[in-house]
Design a protein around this ligand. Structure first.
Ligand code: GLN
Length: 445
């Protein structure tokens, strides 16, 4: 009913969802009995959810919002999707996004932009534009997104919902169409922190199909939501409160800090000195990995082919017509950064910078439990406002990108309104300490 205006979905699986819901109806009695005994293993039973279109969903289209995959149907389920299936959720459809997850506004979709439910003239953020908008508009109770440099947290902030990027390796990337493999993580969008804990519980955990999946025990996240944060140490990084931060956003974040203090947390100022290099490092590493990952879209293995007289001409035509402008820009940047003679100067240097950024975080976490910042420097901007200027668009991710470079978890929770638009509060945690993030976010909420 609402998607005509919002356009969160690339594909609505209406028939499949109804069939699934009917089949689940048969089991409701059984589930009621199980919950009466305190069994929590079916918290997603019958719950409608949406999946970002770069995650494979067997039998349904998976396009990553690219024309090059316009005719592609998944042959298997991503591990995260498979785990939701086992919990008996109901898949409502595949959500719109920036093509191959490259973007911060949803406007790089190869199909159409998604509109922010709070103000239809504004972007919902990106790249997980549709997943954020669908949860914000109440079309579904949760959605999965992917976050390479902020693509879950920033759209969550812009649409007033909760968005969690787990520690790198906590959620299997098997079946996620890779953008930058060393940065990509799958995570949930929800309306509440409690719901985020439930969805994370379902999708987290080791998967032998992903060699970067961590073999760690998954805690019971709901148990962490005690409301008690007395004595918790919160760090405020000065670099995240400098020029470029909209004063109206800053004011809401400062109110949140006072709320957390009133709950018994202590706050201290810290420095993350290498923050100024994060964007530059990211825009070398991410395009470099993308240029390699996207080599597979050649008109032979997957998707749409443009016929031509020779094989090389077929590759060229397929990629020229199938990829959008931003994707081509990143393939060019990445190929250049990796080319012989430039590798040491660019890619290797960016990787070294990444280590320094990670060490900044390690240093702060030696004396603090969480780091607090705004999720994004502004609220949602108007559709079309930044589309001509990629560098301005890239600057939007300044507070989210360092987290991906360090591989650590972070959550964005709604934190008031600035000029009538939602503001996001970002909490950053130690590796595999999602428990503390959820506890603090829940106490604040
Ligand atoms: N906006 C960033 C980019 O364009 C991050 C995207 C993401 O997290 N997938 O690369």
């Amino acid at each position: 009913a609402t998607d005509g205006k919002i356009k969160a979905f690339l594909h609505i699986a209406a028939e499949e969802a109804m069939e699934r819901a009917k089949a689940l109806d048969e089991q409701v009695h059984d589930i009621r009995q199980r919950s009466a005994t305190g069994d929590l293993s079916h918290l997603l039973f019958g719950i409608p959810g949406a999946i970002k279109d770069n995650l494979n969903t067997k039998g349904l289209p998976t396009t990553a919002a690219s024309k090059i995959l316009a005719n592609y149907t998944s042959a298997y389920d991503a591990t995260a999707v498979d785990r939701l299936n086992k919990e008996n959720y109901v898949l409502v459809g595949k959500t719109n996004m920036d093509e191959f997850a490259m973007g911060s506004s949803g406007e790089n979709s190869g199909y159409f932009p998604t509109h922010n439910p709070w103000d239809l003239e504004r972007v919902p953020g990106g790249s997980s534009s549709g997943s954020a908008a669908a949860v914000s508009a109440g079309q579904v109770l949760f959605a999965l997104g992917s976050d390479t440099g902020g693509s879950i947290r920033q759209p969550a902030a812009y649409t007033g919902v909760v968005g969690l990027k787990p520690t790198y390796g906590l959620v299997s990337r098997f079946g996620l169409i890779s953008y930058a493999s060393s940065l990509d993580q799958i995570g949930p969008f929800t309306q509440t922190v409690e719901d985020a804990a439930v969805v994370l519980q379902a999708i987290a955990g080791h998967d032998p199909h992903d060699s970067t999946s961590a073999n760690v025990a998954v805690p019971r996240y709901l148990d962490a939501l005690t409301g008690d944060i007395k004595g918790l140490r919160i760090a405020l990084p000065s670099e995240y409160f400098e020029e470029g931060l909209d004063p109206a956003v800053r004011a809401e974040v400062e109110k949140a800090i006072r709320v957390l203090e009133s709950l018994g947390a202590t706050v201290g100022q810290v420095s993350l000195p290498h923050t100024k290099y994060a964007l530059a490092a990211y825009y070398l590493i991410a395009p470099a990995e993308a240029s390699s990952n996207l080599a597979r879209f050649d008109g032979v293995r997957y998707g749409v082919r443009t016929e031509a007289d020779t094989l090389v001409e077929m590759y060229k035509q397929t990629r020229a017509q199938g990829f959008g402008e931003e994707v081509k820009r990143r393939i060019m940047l990445g190929t250049y950064a990796l080319s012989s003679g430039y590798y040491d100067a660019y890619y290797l240097r960016a990787q070294k910078t990444r280590t320094l950024i990670k060490q900044d975080f390690d240093h702060v976490f030696a004396s603090y439990d969480v780091i607090l910042s705004p999720t994004a420097p502004t609220t949602a901007f108007k559709i079309g406002a930044k589309v001509e200027d990629p560098v301005t668009m890239y600057l939007n991710d300044i507070y989210t990108i360092p987290v991906n470079l360090a591989g650590i978890p972070a959550i964005s929770v709604p934190c008031g309104l600035a000029d009538g638009l939602p503001v996001g509060l970002q909490l950053i945690g130690k590796a595999f300490d999602e428990t503390t993030l959820l506890r603090v976010a829940h106490a604040y909420e």
